[in-house]
Design a protein around this ligand. Structure first.
Ligand code: UD1
Length: 417
């Protein structure tokens, strides 16, 4: 298993280009299954998770070609309606094939994803939404079996809580249902808006895009899609956090500043200087102040940025706090940051950070994707060397992370094992 050795090398400086969004491209890849032809997606990040999704689609009979950041998915010969445990267990987003397959073929079998690094992550809303559209769901031997008589039937469904994954799955399913579906309390994350845009490009009839009520008039069939992937707002946020933790100045380009309002507000409240352009944000940091963060569904502060901000706040003198209302036990990184000398205590869904203590390198273990990024950030300022093990988590979602950090002046080496 590869690891990173990170050593402090002063403030980061320069500019870095952001890749396509992992969380946006995964549902779009699943959406390609809804047509009978060859869909194209550009600006696709080269990541472990996009490879896994390609493997999931291949199992069903899709033919996939990837050249650099261009992906083509030929869905004309889907002949095996199953997503196997071996793949779904390694990436929950494989569950996205459920909606498209049952909508197009009237049946499918998808492994239950199981828990994840920070606890249980149910899929009940995906299943309830599909049932509302007329699918019969049976859970047996760890698999979800979904069938419907003929086509799915449009219906009104209200998500009891905001769920990105369930919104994506039910939205895809509704595009080929008979009649109109009204999806209330849908998620409004940019990744959902991007998916709705891709589906519209395929010929889906969706209104209310970008609002909490999506109205989907089912169509007979969809054409292949062709669109670029939006920029990864979490990768962009992570590089801004890297600038903040090293008290550096970094321009993050090829991103969408409007997707970062809550995060930029937090950085400003900490005393960072923020300049924005059409598709870039520059963050410059010197003396920083503590702050209090609560994660919320978009447009609130993203749970996927809380670990990275925790690393930054551990270096800021004074009392800060981070409350995670999306995943209230997503705190595996706390004990690893403590190994580096951070002072953090946990009280229910809140981490209380007594910031400003000196961090010193130590061997640490990455527990999930964003926790790994937080440990790398801490390593950028911890004295001596920080060895971060199990960085395969990081490879799931950051394209060329060490290369990009190196161009900004970081000292980071991959130890291949
Ligand atoms: C997506 C993102 C993930 C991010 C999360 C929250 C992808 C591939 N992953 O995950 O990076 O951290 O959004 O922004 O895009 N829930 C249920 N039942 C369900 C589904 C969800 O109770 O059927 C709960 C979850 O436990 C959680 C909340 O709803 O508390 C939000 O989860 P959700 O938005 O669905 O997260 P994912 O789509 O899995």
């Amino acid at each position: 298993m590869d690891s990173f050795i990170v050593s402090p090398n002063g403030p980061l400086n320069g500019s870095v280009k952001i890749s396509g969004s992992k969380n946006a491209v995964l549902p779009v890849m699943a959406a390609a299954m809804l047509s009978d032809g060859v869909s194209k997606i550009s600006n696709v990040p080269q990541l472990k998770d996009t490879k896994t999704m390609a493997d999931v689609l291949r199992v069903t009979g899709c033919r996939i070609k990837q050249e650099e950041h261009e992906l083509s998915i030929d869905a004309s010969d889907i002949n095996y309606l199953e997503a196997p445990y071996e793949l779904v267990k390694t990436m929950r987003a494989s569950f996205y094939v459920l909606g498209p397959l049952v909508a197009k073929f009237g049946k499918c079998r998808v492994s239950l994803p199981g828990g994840c690094a920070w606890g249980p992550r149910p899929v009940d809303l995906h299943l309830k939404g599909l049932e509302a559209l007329g699918a019969k769901i049976n859970i047996t031997h760890g698999y979800v079996e979904a069938i419907c008589d003929g086509k799915l039937k449009g219906n009104t469904f209200s998500f009891p809580i905001s769920s990105v994954g369930a919104t994506a799955n039910i939205l895809m399913a509704a595009t080929l249902a008979e009649g109109t579906s009204i999806l209330q309390n849908s998620s409004v994350e940019p990744e959902i808006t991007a998916l709705a845009g891709y589906l519209t490009g395929m010929g889906a009839d969706i209104s209310g895009i970008g609002t909490r009520t999506l109205i989907v008039k089912g169509v007979e069939k969809l054409n292949p899609g062709n669109a670029p992937t939006i920029a990864d707002r979490i990768e962009a946020g992570t590089f801004l956090a890297a600038a903040a933790i090293t008290r550096g100045k970094v321009k993050v380009t090829d991103m969408v500043p409007e997707h970062q309002t809550a995060l930029l507000d937090v950085f400003r409240s900490m005393g960072c200087e923020i300049t924005t352009g059409n598709d870039w944000v520059e963050l410059s940091a010197q003396d920083l102040k503590p702050t209090h963060i609560t994660t919320l569904p978009y447009p609130g502060f993203p749970t996927d940025m809380q670990a990275q901000l925790m690393a930054v706040l551990a270096t800021v003198k004074g009392a800060s706090s981070i409350r995670d209302t999306i995943y209230n036990d997503r705190f595996k990184h706390v004990s690893e940051l403590e190994r580096l000398g951070a002072e953090i205590s946990l009280k229910e869904d809140t981490a209380l950070i007594n910031g400003g203590s000196e961090l010193t390198g130590a061997p640490v273990m990455a527990s999930d994707l964003r926790a790994s990024a937080a440990l790398v950030l801490a390593g950028l300022v911890a004295k001596k060397h920080t060895e971060i093990n199990r960085i395969y988590h990081l490879d799931r979602g950051y394209e060329n992370f060490e290369g990009k950090l190196t161009t900004l002046g970081a000292k980071i080496e991959r130890k291949i094992d």
